[in-house]
Design a protein around this ligand. Structure first.
Ligand code: PLP
Length: 374
């Protein structure tokens, strides 16, 4: 079967996307369909990390110039991440992961015994782990079916936390109903930022936590956290370090930054900052909208083609993830890997998930379909 039959035809890659694809050495060998775990690495991003390390090798890491360089890299990355989610840089904190962003918000809200958090039944451990910690403090956690999460909000609810895009199915959260709530909304954007259009204000998100290493193609150990000024008024930074303080020299009188820097992770390596910013530049050069549109189109074609091939594809929205039932999913992942096709299984269920990025081609999809039919 060819990738476009009988579903949506796959458009050939426009020149900027073909140039984007050429940035990823891994795609020369593999049909890499796993950005939902870790995006492919662009050559220019790896070069930026090496260049930063070489500066440190030859110039050392002490004193004003090194610190100034770190701040410059951090602010470049902050501005880049802010543009990805439609926030002001001042409302955007740098983190090490989605999970860290979620945990920081939950801790900073300092909820009390008997207060309640509402979440959905399709959340990743990156949300569930921080919620487990809240439960241990006596905060109640109410779990609602994905599509009904907004309806579960009650008088004791202090926060709704759920995914923007489900990591299991690729469905979108019921954003219309969530937006209408007057309870703060924290979205897990791990499968959102870089994959689908994100404008935090339009989503109605008071906070949005996402990953640097997935759809933004940055290094592991990078991430972003948007927090609105209004939500920050209700929060207290749980563990400020010197980067979080406006005047760290003021001793016990030091106060956290009033902007989102109060929630920055304490120490991101300069090489990671450089690498992450360079990866954003590579994606931006291809045009974010074009990258997202191509990815969503390819994923839609994949869903159609898999269904036509008799696979039970989970209900999804126009996102970049496609999940289908596959007997003995773990073995299927290994079999596909032997054919040079990289997808993942989902824990506890016989499900396979493929992730499509703006860098993937119709040929990557054809390789997936051919390997599955063997
Ligand atoms: C929906 C969702 N949330 C959270 C995470 C965890 O992301 P991170 O490793 O950035 O904490 C993932 C990773 O797969 C995810 O898919």
């Amino acid at each position: 079967m060819s990738a476009g039959e009988p579903g949506t035809p796959v458009a050939p890659m426009a020149p900027p996307l073909a140039a984007l694809r050429a940035e990823f050495p891994v795609l020369e060998r593999l049909a890499y369909l796993n950005a939902g775990t870790n995006g492919p690495l662009p050559r220019a991003a790896a070069a930026a990390a090496v260049e930063q390390l070489e500066r440190e090798l030859s110039g050392g890491r002490a004193g004003g110039p090194h610190f100034a360089r770190r701040v410059e890299l951090a602010e470049t990355l902050r501005a880049g991440y802010a543009a990805c989610v439609g926030s002001a840089p001042a409302d955007l904190a740098l983190t090490t992961s989605t999970t860290e962003g979620i945990a920081r918000v939950l801790l900073a809200l300092d909820l009390r015994r008997g207060e309640e958090i509402v979440t959905s039944d399709e959340e990743h451990p990156g949300v569930l782990g921080p919620l487990v910690a809240q439960r241990a403090r006596g905060v109640e956690v109410r779990v609602a079916p994905w599509a009904e999460v907004a309806d579960a909000v009650g008088p004791r609810t202090r926060l709704v936390v759920c995914s923007h895009v489900s990591w299991r199915s690729g469905r979108l959260a019921p954003l219309g109903a969530l937006r209408a709530l007057d309870v703060p909304l924290l979205l897990d954007g791990a499968q959102g930022a870089g994959a689908v259009a994100v404008e935090v204000a339009e989503l109605g998100a008071d906070a949005y936590a996402a990953a640097g290493q997935k759809w933004l193609c940055g290094p592991e150990g990078t991430g972003l956290l948007y927090v609105s000024p209004a939500l920050r008024e209700r929060m207290r930074p749980p563990a400020p370090g010197y980067v979080n303080l406006a005047a760290p020299g003021a001793g016990l009188d030091a106060a956290p930054w009033e902007d989102a820097r109060a929630y920055d992770t304490p120490a991101l390596p300069a090489a990671s900052l450089a690498q992450a910013a360079a990866a954003l530049a590579v994606l931006g050069a291809a045009g974010w909208e074009a990258v997202r549109a191509h990815a969503a189109g390819l994923a839609a074609s994949a869903a159609d083609a898999l269904a036509a091939a008799g696979r039970d594809v989970l209900a999804r929205d126009r996102t970049t993830l496609v999940t289908w039932r596959e007997p003995d999913a773990e073995t299927a992942v290994e079999r596909l890997a032997e054919a040079g096709v990289v997808v993942r299984s989902l824990p506890g269920e016989e499900l396979l998930r493929a992730s499509f990025g703006g860098w993937n081609s119709a040929n990557d999809l054809e390789r997936l379909l051919a390997a599955l039919s063997r």
